[in-house]
Design a protein around this ligand. Structure first.
Ligand code: AMP
Length: 287
């Protein structure tokens, strides 16, 4: 596996590969990889000639009071995992490479970023869209793979990619879960034993929402109330939001659910913030 640290080296390698007719599939990550990340990479590997994975803990997507300093890192282990899978290139720039001295350019997607995660983490999506833009311009992929775990991020990236004519196809992998249902996340490592058990209320609430919907419940408000109650019943968790939304616009469904709908939740347990989601109806079978 080729490890590239500099943007210009990545661009040169990408140009060379594309000129030789190779297609490039890209998976951006912040490292501390788990099977959810590896699923994304498996898609890139299966669909493209060359796979590129990036590891960059992006400071601009963390709020001032968030967990940037303690975000888990294990570069050696990550390298071994993706190399074993057959990843061709690891792009691992440092902060000064991605944000050169005096950097003052940001990419902002309006509307979609104001609600849900955007309401609780006001600078988060600006950081995400800025770094994904920089990564796309460095890697120049034909395909980029993201996880349904971050449902709003998927909607934001799709919109940005379309609006800015990036010419990158966006593929989405279903949520990878632990055996007991907890959605895999690098942040799960923060959870103590009791917190880990309590965190299952998120998955349980989503499963029950799906069951309600399968049994014919179509009131978004009823499903939303039910999910919120289920999470709050768990004990010490605080709820940031529980909502039933349109998967593309992330707008809350106010009345009856017709067609595609997504239940999204965010909760805090101790100092850890967790998010999860599920589709209602047939799309939800895999996540
Ligand atoms: P991160 O390293 O947390 O920024 O995540 C990098 C990519 O992996 C994002 O597209 C995430 O949505 C995706 N991802 C993280 N956790 C999961 C999961 N449990 N299942 C599927 N994709 C995931």
């Amino acid at each position: 596996m080729n490890i590239i640290r500099r943007v210009t080296d990545m661009q040169r390698e990408s140009d060379r590969l594309r000129a030789a007719g190779a297609s490039i599939g890209f998976v951006p990550t912040m490292g501390y990889l788990h099977e959810g990340h590896l699923d994304l990479l498996r898609i890139a590997i299966s669909r493209c000639d060359i796979s590129v994975c990036s590891i960059f803990v992006n400071p601009t997507q963390f709020g001032r009071d968030e967990d940037l300093a303690r975000y888990p890192r294990d570069f050696e282990r990550d390298c071994a995992l993706i190399e074993a899978l057959g990843c061709d290139i690891l792009f691992a720039p440092d902060e000064s490479e991605m944000y050169p001295e005096g950097d003052c350019t940001f990419v902002h997607v309006d509307h979609l970023t104001n609600t849900l995660e955007g309401a609780f983490r006001p600078t988060h999506f600006r950081g995400v869209t800025t770094v994904v833009t920089k990564l796309f311009l460095a890697v120049r992929p034909q395909l980029a793979v993201f996880g349904q775990k971050d449902a709003q991020q998927v909607a934001v990236i799709r919109r940005m990619t379309r609006d800015l004519h990036f010419g990158v196809e966006i593929a989405v992998a279903p949520i990878r879960r632990e055996k007991d249902g907890l959605a895999m996340s690098s942040r799960n490592t923060y959870l103590g034993e009791d917190e880990r058990r309590e965190a299952l209320a998120l998955f349980r609430s989503l499963q029950r929402a799906r069951k309600l919907h399968d049994d014919g419940e179509r009131s978004a408000a009823n499903i939303q109330r039910f999910v919120a109650e289920e999470i709050l019943r768990s004990g010490t968790m605080t709820l940031d939001y529980a909502a039933v939304v349109h998967p593309d616009t992330m707008e809350q469904i106010e009345d009856e659910i017709h067609g595609a709908a997504l239940v999204v939740v965010a909760a805090r347990i101790g100092s850890t913030r967790l998010i999860d989601n599920t589709f209602l109806g047939s799309e939800g079978s895999s996540s």
